[in-house]
Ligand binder design. Sequence first.
Ligand code: TMP
Length: 253
Amino acid sequence: MARRKKIYEGKAKILYEGPEPGTLVQYFKDDATAFNAEKKDVIEGKGVLNNRLSEYFMTGLNNIGVPTHFIKRINMREQLVRAVEIIPLEVVVRNVAAGSISKRLGIDEGTPLPRPIVEFYYKDDALGDPMVTEEHIIAFGWAAQQDLDDIVALALRVNDFLSGIMMGVGIKLIDFKIEIGRIWDGDYMRLVVADEISPDSCRLWDVQTGQKLDKDVFRRDLGNLADAYTEVARRLGVLPQNGAPLGKPTLIN
Ligand code: TMP
């Protein structure tokens, strides 16, 4: 079989050319990094869990009419996605103070925020993904005002959806990061949720105990990362009790 063309390799995923024009294959690695890859490890099984969990969240979003790049899962580690033009922003939504906002503004971790706060970071590893404002984004042409209004609306819909799903299984969604892509149909442009949604890019705390079930387990050396992600997957019914993956969820549209 001809080797597939690698389009891009990031810290946790690889993108290969897809089977049809306008598609890509997204491969989930077991690599875990934190602090802009200063801390690195290989967590066996993480890629399989994130592939399943991202499929679960993206399928749910597609089903409620929030467009995403996700088409279908192909196997344990790969999914077929729409090729998009990634907007070079990390869009973070916070419900409860934790991580960088706690550090920057001196707010105790765990303090509920008065309303969900949306922040933008410029995707540039060499610069350490600095926080930017709408002024920077528009001035430097990364997105237009209309795009930003649409991105904030999308991010808040994702927040409501994920918060509800997680609360249903006893997990509080503290914050998360998404990336947005553009898809062109001739002159018409659509914004879609791209990249991944997984415990790598969320903070998830058990409602009862406050136990962390996300990448902070790795960042802060709090225990076994794969166990934490397996617990999230198990509660969502993405894995049955014995840990073997279930059949794929149905995509309605
Ligand atoms: P922060 O508190 O470090 O700014 O992170 C906010 C959220 O964004 C948290 O859920 C983790 C996620 N995140 C990423 O997905 N990638 C990153 O590179 C960083 C810094 C955070």
